[in-house]
Design a protein around this ligand. Structure first.
Ligand code: HSE
Length: 312
């Protein structure tokens, strides 16, 4: 057995708590697969007294000191937001640590800086959980389909809004009640504005478009419209037309014309989907993503896109 792989965890909320649990519960299997024990070196949090279930000796409020520690090999970031996450991850990368992050907002705003820093330092940067939670999606796009030409990626990538729209359609629940339940279940962001106004899905669309089309798309490039203005009457009207309303993220190649080169379109908006379409039956906090590629044809990825354990 090799020397342990030591992990620093930044953040111990809904997802971080489950990362700790999985590292502990799966310790024996992880050691066997990795060829070395995977150990927690420390956990950076803002308020240690709020984490009574975690081994207290691991907790620290000094995230910068934790990522700089010589005995840390990998930094896992589940804090979210642009700063201080970006600075901490860049510090970690420059210090030779590999980084795993679920931070879609940061990746969608400045993923290129992280990727360039990781390349320069010769370390790994992984972010599978940043889009569609538990669904293995980014690695298939980047690696499994590397020999294909992806033309379109479209789907439901925000669990909170899908939960809200499903609840409104199934029970006639009001928007506010459905949002409160999504928050209670740990799907919604601390500030649900990012979910209901489509920014969370727009960040994910930017990450998907960047990987699928080998280009740089940021959240600011994505047309974004949320679900705040979708009413019970809209949902009933859609049903009358044989449709469901879903918040879709759509990324596609746009053929060039008149001498202009091919471009990429990425957009998020509530769309009417025929009930017979597989995306129409994706309910609750589940995510589903359709990928269309020249050789592979249509692929669909489906699973839990939010929540502590699936994201962990
Ligand atoms: N708030 C996000 C969602 C969490 O509801 O999908 C997962 O990114």
């Amino acid at each position: 057995m090799n020397r342990p792989v030591r992990v620093a965890l930044l953040g111990c909320g809904t997802v971080g708590t489950e990362v700790v649990r999985l590292l502990e519960d799966q310790a024996a299997d992880l050691a066997a697969r990795v060829g070395a024990p995977v150990e927690l070196a420390g956990i950076a949090v803002r308020r240690p007294h709020r984490h009574p279930g975690v081994r207290q000796e691991l907790l620290t409020t000094d995230a910068a000191a934790l990522v700089a520690r010589e005995d840390v090999d990998v930094v896992v970031e589940v804090v979210g937001g642009i700063e201080p996450a970006r600075t901490l991850l860049l510090q970690a990368i420059k210090a030779g640590k590999s980084v795993v992050t679920a931070n879609k907002a940061l990746l969608a705003e400045d993923g290129a800086t992280l990727a360039e820093a990781a390349d320069a330092a010769g370390v790994d940067l992984y972010y599978e959980a940043s889009v569609a939670g538990a669904i293995p999606l980014l690695r298939p796009l980047r690696e499994s389909l590397a020999g294909d030409r992806i033309t379109r990626v479209a789907g439901i990538v925000n669990g909170t809004t899908n939960f809200i729209l499903s609840a409104m359609a199934a029970s006639g629940a009001g928007y506010a009640d459905a949002l409160a339940e999504a928050t209670r279940l740990g799907y919604a962001e601390a500030d649900p504005t990012a979910d209901v106004d489509g920014y969370d899905a727009a960040s994910k669309a930017a990450i998907l478009a960047t990987i699928a089309f080998h280009t740089r798309v940021t959240a600011a490039d994505v047309h974004c419209e949320g679900i705040r203005r979708v009413t019970a009457a809209d949902i009933a009207a859609a049903e009358g037309l044989g449709c469901a309303i879903k918040l879709l993220a759509i990324c596609e190649r746009v053929p060039g014309s008149g001498g202009a080169p091919e471009s990429v379109s990425a957009r998020v908006y509530p769309a009417m989907i025929p009930l017979a379409h597989p995306l129409a039956s994706v309910d609750e906090a589940f995510n589903a993503v359709f990928v269309e590629a020249d050789a592979a044809g249509q692929l669909m990825f489906y699973g839990q896109g939010a929540g502590g354990a699936p994201t962990a």
